[in-house]
Ligand binder design. Structure first.
Ligand code: HXC
Length: 529
């Protein structure tokens, strides 16, 4: 006889102590879940159980569960005989470094973590609670998508998640952690959130799994080849972060949360300003070569400028020609966007534009000032890019910057050519301040290209074309390829000693902290998404 059946029989005669003992028994079965065999299988797949994960994600003892006793009421396909407490998802709230977060976590041991009606309603409730409280929502995803036995109710359950996720977008941070094979809706719902973490080897995301792929297309593909962390961390850009194991992944989620405001009504938490704001960045003189064609690692520049060299980089393995990440300057969180000369000379292309656009949009929604380090030769030319829609995708980054009302500062590190210079948060598209280093080349294009276009006929007609070409290139460089042309015209606010980049940024950000913006009345803009 189950504890619940027993209660029906003895209700009239039992003491309060007996009731509480019965409750303790039920609570224990909720906590233990589907049993040792299922747990062993979960561990054998290289994955932790749902409560082990929550224990690592949240501050010790801070988790309060909601609807642990919820069960499905589905019938058919043997469902009546299998009604586990919790219905395959654990929901509730807890704290990370003392700040409240809401969580839902699939239990793969129960129906493969698939989502039926009760399971969906539990997630809906916790999403509504997070939205009302103005606190981050974290989903630990390890589930097979819509529960096949519950027919269309599972699909509708996902509809409710999608709708809530979009309502909460830009209001509370939403973080998805992928910790198992996530199919169908379990892959789509994370795609709507702000961040997707994936665990290498054990996590996959796909709309349809390998069995369906083979049945429909005949193609044989493994879970990992189809949608593993390698695929989504480097090819598709779906995964913002890839971690080697679950423990590291959950630590990284905690660290990210420590940099985010609880909602769009707050600023990110401040840290002690224990790295002096007036620290001179001597190393910058050696990191960046004056020769515009020599590569260097832009991450070294950023590390020199931000507090303690710490930058949480987004999409590290995807679109490496642009670096996006969160760091601090004088204890305040900033969003850093930077061209990366080490990868494709730092050009802007389709993927880089998409990556940075989404990052800029996130920072703007959550009151995170933007610092943009520019060293860009232009947009990547070629049919691949043009036919792939670089106009449309590049416009996403342009739109995101133009629309952003958070403090925005541009630092031109070396070269800034053409449209890419304008897109990389130039003064003309609304940056609050723009600073140039004295070695800058700010121009429509490089001197060689420029001379070849405007003096082509003259060079061809000259008695010594190569000598005339060199003369004209030198002349163009002298006249236009320096920061003073731009600063004289107010397009750049000042030319600074590179060593003073950090102190200049810290003081400018402090001044801009009270910046406010008046937005036009409209329902919303129409970005080229
Ligand atoms: C109910 C499911 C299930 C599902 C798996 N299970 N998928 N139960 N509904 N959708 C159960 C299995 O029967 C098994 O139960 C347990 O979960 C583990 O499944 P395995 O296949 O043994 O695990 P694994 O080999 O790791 O493969 C995991 C998987 C695969 C890749 C997720 O199970 C799979 O492809 N499932 C189907 C995925 C899918 O097509 N989902 C519907 C998506 S439609 P027992 O009891 O034997 O342990 C959708 C649309 C949403 O979500 C709307 C989007 C717009």
């Amino acid at each position: 006889m189950t504890a619940v059946e027993e209660r029906k029989v003895e209700t009239a005669t039992r003491s309060m102590r007996a009731y509480t003992e019965e409750l303790a028994g039920i609570q224990e079965s909720v906590r233990v879940g589907p049993g040792d065999q299922a747990t062993r299988q979960q561990h054998a797949r290289g994955k932790m159980t749902v409560r082990e994960r929550l224990g690592l994600l949240l501050d010790d003892g801070s988790f309060t569960e909601v609807e642990g006793l919820r069960r499905h009421r589905a019938s058919g396909f043997g469902m009546e005989a299998r009604r586990p407490y919790g219905d395959g998802v654990v929901t509730g709230w807890g704290t990370i470094e003392g700040r409240t977060v809401f969580v839902y976590a699939h239990d793969f041991r129960i129906f493969g973590g698939s989502l039926g009606e009760a399971h969906a309603q539990k997630i809906h409730k916790i999403m509504d609670m997070a939205y009302a409280a103005g606190a981050p929502l974290i989903g630990l995803n390890d589930g097979a998508g819509a529960r096949i036995q519950e027919g269309v109710t599972g699909l509708a359950g996902y509809g409710g998640i999608f709708q809530r996720s979009v309502r909460a977008s830009g209001v509370i941070p939403q973080i998805s952690v992928i910790m198992g094979p996530c199919a169908g809706g379990a892959a789509y719902s994370p795609a709507l959130t702000d961040f997707v973490f994936m665990v290498r080897d054990t996590a996959q995301m796909f709309v349809t799994g390998p069995d369906v792929v083979e049945a429909v297309t005949g193609e044989k593909v493994s879970h990992d080849e189809l949608g593993g962390a390698g695929v989504h961390g480097t090819m598709t850009g779906v995964a913002t972060f890839v971690s080697d194991d679950e423990i590291t992944c959950l630590e990284e989620v905690r660290h990210l949360v420590s940099l985010l405001p609880a909602s769009n009504q707050e600023f990110p938490p401040e840290a002690p300003a224990d790295d002096p704001e007036d620290r001179l960045c001597e190393a910058l003189l050696d990191i960046v070569p004056a020769d515009p064609n020599r590569p260097y690692d832009m991450r070294d520049v950023v590390a020199e400028v931000v507090d303690h060299g710490d930058l949480v980089e987004f999409h590290e393995g995807w679109a490496a020609n642009i670096v996006c990440g969160l760091g601090r300057i004088a204890g305040h969180v900033v969003g850093v966007v930077a061209n990366q000369p080490m990868s494709f000379a730092g050009v802007l292309d389709i993927s880089a534009s998409e990556k940075a656009a989404r990052f800029v949009q996130f920072c703007d929604a959550f009151n995170i000032p933007l610092v943009t380090f520019v060293d860009v030769p232009g947009f990547l030319p070629g049919t691949g890019q043009e036919h792939g829609g670089v106009i449309r995708h590049g416009a996403k980054l342009l739109y995101a910057y133009c629309a952003a009302t958070v403090p925005r500062i541009q630092v031109i590190v070396r070269k800034a050519y053409g449209g890419a210079y304008i897109v990389m948060d130039s003064r003309s598209i609304g940056a609050d301040l723009s600073f140039a280093w004295p070695s800058n080349e700010i121009a429509v294009m490089g001197a060689d290209g420029a001379a070849n276009v405007i003096f082509r006929k003259e060079i061809a007609a000259a008695p010594d074309p190569e000598a005339r070409r060199a003369e004209r290139i030198a002349e163009y460089r002298e006249e236009l390829m320096h920061p003073y042309y731009a600063v004289e015209r107010g397009l750049v606010d000042d030319v600074i000693d590179p060593r003073e980049t950090r102190v200049t940024l810290a003081r400018s950000l402090a001044m801009l902290r009270t910046k406010s913006a008046v937005l036009p009345q409209r329902k919303h803009g129409n970005p080229p998404m």
